[in-house]
Write a protein that binds this ligand. Structure first.
Ligand code: MG
Length: 674
């Protein structure tokens, strides 16, 4: 991907001199008298505003209105505590960079781009949709507000007002079809083309929430004039109305939009439409928490990152409700569901608080997760597991179980401990997931004693031009996972059925099946033996014949992973603590292939690694059966002898096999109910 010029040399010609940004003038603001029509002037505290407005003295009414907002009490936002404003080094940098129009837009594109002295809100240096969408989240505005409060330096407030007005002028809301906000590859005129980025409901909702915080931080500044207040209120109102008319159809976008409408209605109850905004948000969250969350607590995008985001969306609505006295608009079932979602997340994550990077997930860090658990512990003070995780084990208690299945979402966790020494495998084999879900049925991550030995490839990038899409498609492809493909192609169907889940005993078992292709069904049976090692039986059945290939993929951790083609074995040589060896048994004609693979734990960051596949030609038809034995081990070099694995009985209902590991024979078997 090319890096384009960071500094713009071409500026857009704007006719009005007063409108030129960066020139030091704040005169672009006008008294917007229509603001008074948007407000309920009978709202307690607005008596004087009403009187002045009705007397035709709107300038004075705006002064009174600003006074009202500067001294208003009893209404707040959980996004900022004005008594305790602080700023991180990173936020300070974003704030200072923004003074020069170098805008922090996305962690994936660093250092940040400069948008020109005369800000070009349409500058799109890399054709990744996220880079252009997220520009309109104005992530540097709140940091500017914090910088202003901490330093008292008016330059931040003045520049914020200038940029706020500049954005309004250069980003008209051109009405386009609702679906056009997501489809970005067909031709529209320039303003409409821009609106699909600037006015996509998700971005609008982001501003809706953050502009409340900006309002709080900047309202005391002389730059926040009565005229500007009217501009702000008119702009804010059309933001909320835009969402009301263009809510996304489903998924996390809809959740974000609804939650932020609750913020809009809750924070600005003086708007005539505020009650409607708040109600629409609350109704949607109360409805969607039942639609988007399965009965086992899994969010239906089957993506740990968006699962976590959804928990926090639902919680944020509660924080706003608590602060402003409308908690009773959420039923107890709403809270119960959030608690289930947290328990789902606590189970699928690893002992160091990291998460599997299934679907479009990024890796979350422990510090952020501790903050989450501490907040959740306040909402659910009786939940001992949440308390335990919030306090790193100082208080509370772990669940009284180890392995745990979430059968509706299709997430299965094998573990022998909750502690850092745990062996923990998380398997993803669920129903068809929504947008962020990848075609990866049957895949897994395996953690052992401090290390993720089979990290998922992650997602790397979302959507954009052909080059961006090529990367996206590679990371999300089935063959970039630990599962079975036909001719390395993506799964045609992603709808796994759980045939058996036995989470207790010396031999724990999961049997899951997916009609991966019209002519090939994949059954994966996983045995967790003696809390120590895993035996995975992969079986391809169906009608495929001829010159086709069944491929069983495993993604190796980054770093040197020696292997033996003769024995079909791989083993890691990390420092003492966490290593593994695995061996794959298959038909005599099975071959091994090593390809370049990738792993990504954050946007636009990737590391190379090895994608291993075991391949069998379908000349003799199906079924084809593989048995893979994976042994985690502390020491490097000293590996168990994975001597043999033989299937004794397999009639589709009963599976019986014998493995020999370290000289010990073990019989593994199950029989499915007919
Ligand atoms: Mg993946």
């Amino acid at each position: 991907m090319h890096r384009f010029f960071r500094t713009l040399t071409v500026s857009v010609c704007i006719a009005s001199a007063a409108a030129t940004s960066g020139s030091g003038t704040l005169s672009a603001q006008e008294l917007r008298t229509e603001a008074f029509d948007l407000l309920n002037l009978d709202y307690p505290g607005l008596e004087q505003v009403k009187e002045l407005h009705e007397a035709g003295r709107d300038s004075a009414a705006a002064v009174s209105l600003l006074e009202y907002y500067r001294s208003r009490t009893g209404i707040g936002t959980p996004t900022v505590n004005l008594k305790k404003v602080s700023i991180s080094k990173t936020e300070q940098k974003w704030a200072d960079d923004a003074l020069e129009h170098t805008f922090f837009v996305h962690y994936g594109y660093q250092p940040s781009f400069n948008y020109g002295e005369d800000i070009d809100w349409r500058y799109w240096p890399v054709k990744d949709n996220e880079l252009r969408w997220q520009l309109h989240r104005q992530k540097w505005f709140v940091p500017m507000g914090k910088a202003y409060r901490v330093s008292g330096d008016e330059k931040y407030a003045e520049e914020w007002v200038r940029q706020y007005m500049d954005w309004i002028r250069k980003n008209p809301n051109v009405k386009i079809d609702k679906n056009e906000y997501e489809i970005t590859d067909n031709a529209l005129n320039a303003d409409a083309e821009n609106a699909r980025f600037a006015w996509r409901p998700l971005e609008v909702s982001d501003r809706l929430q953050n502009q409340i915080t900006q309002f709080e931080l900047f309202k005391i500044s002389p730059a926040f004039t009565p005229e500007f207040l009217t501009e702000f209120l008119v702009n804010y109102h059309r933001h909320a109305e835009h969402i009301l008319a263009n809510y996304s159809d489903s998924g996390n976008h809809l959740l974000f939009e609804a939650q932020r409408m609750i913020y809009a209605g809750g924070f600005f109850p003086e708007f005539k439409d505020a009650a409607e905004w708040r109600k629409s948000g609350i109704d949607i969250l109360n409805r969607e928490i039942k639609v988007q969350v399965y009965d086992d607590g899994g969010q239906y995008e089957l993506d740990p990152h968006y699962h976590l985001a959804s928990i926090n969306i639902f919680c944020q609505a509660l924080y706003m409700a608590d602060m402003n006295g409308f908690r009773n608009e959420f039923p107890q079932s709403y809270l119960d569901t959030i608690e289930k979602m947290i328990m789902f997340y606590a189970n699928i994550c690893f002992p160091d608080y990291s998460n599997p990077c299934f679907s479009d997930a990024k890796l979350t860090n422990k510090a952020d997760m501790l903050k989450n658990y501490r907040k959740w512990a306040k909402l659910f003070p009786d939940n001992q597991t949440i308390k335990y995780l919030a306090t790193e084990g100082k208080e509370g208690a772990l669940p009284d179980y180890l392995s745990k299945g979430f059968l509706t979402s299709g997430f299965f966790v094998f573990r022998n401990s909750w502690g850092p020494e745990a062996t923990q495998m998380v398997v993803k084999a669920g129903p068809k997931g929504f947008w962020h879900c990848q075609p990866d049925n049957g895949t897994f991550e395996l953690w052992y004693n401090g290390r993720n030995l089979f990290p998922d490839s992650g997602s790397y990038v979302y959507a954009g031009d052909a080059e961006v899409m090529e990367w996206r498609n590679l990371f999300r492809s089935t063959k970039s996972h630990n599962t079975l493909t036909l001719n390395d192609k993506n799964l045609e169907t992603t709808d796994s059925k759980t045939l058996l889940w036995k989470p207790e005993g010396d031999v724990q078992i999961l049997v899951t099946e997916n009609q991966s292709y019209s002519n090939l069904k994949h059954r994966r049976s996983i045995f967790f033996v003696d809390g120590s090692y895993f035996v995975i039986v992969d079986e391809a059945t169906g009608t495929v014949t001829g010159n086709n290939n069944v491929n069983l993929h495993f993604q190796m951790p980054a770093g040197n992973v020696p292997n033996s083609r003769e024995d079909m074995t791989f083993y890691t040589e990390f420092e003492e603590g966490s290593n593994m060896m695995f061996r794959c048994f298959g038909p005599d004609i099975m071959t091994m292939k090593k390809e370049k693979g990738w792993v990504s734990t954050s946007y636009m960051k990737k590391k190379q690694r090895m994608n291993v596949s075991f391949n069998v030609k379908t000349t003799d038809g199906l079924p084809i059966t593989y048995v893979t034995v994976i042994c985690p081990k502390k020491e490097a070099g000293k590996f168990p002898d994975i001597a043999s694995a033989k299937v004794k009985v397999n009639d589709g209902t009963t599976l019986k096999l014998q493995v020999k590991v370290d000289g010990k024979k073990k019989t593994l078997e199950y029989s499915l109910q007919k």
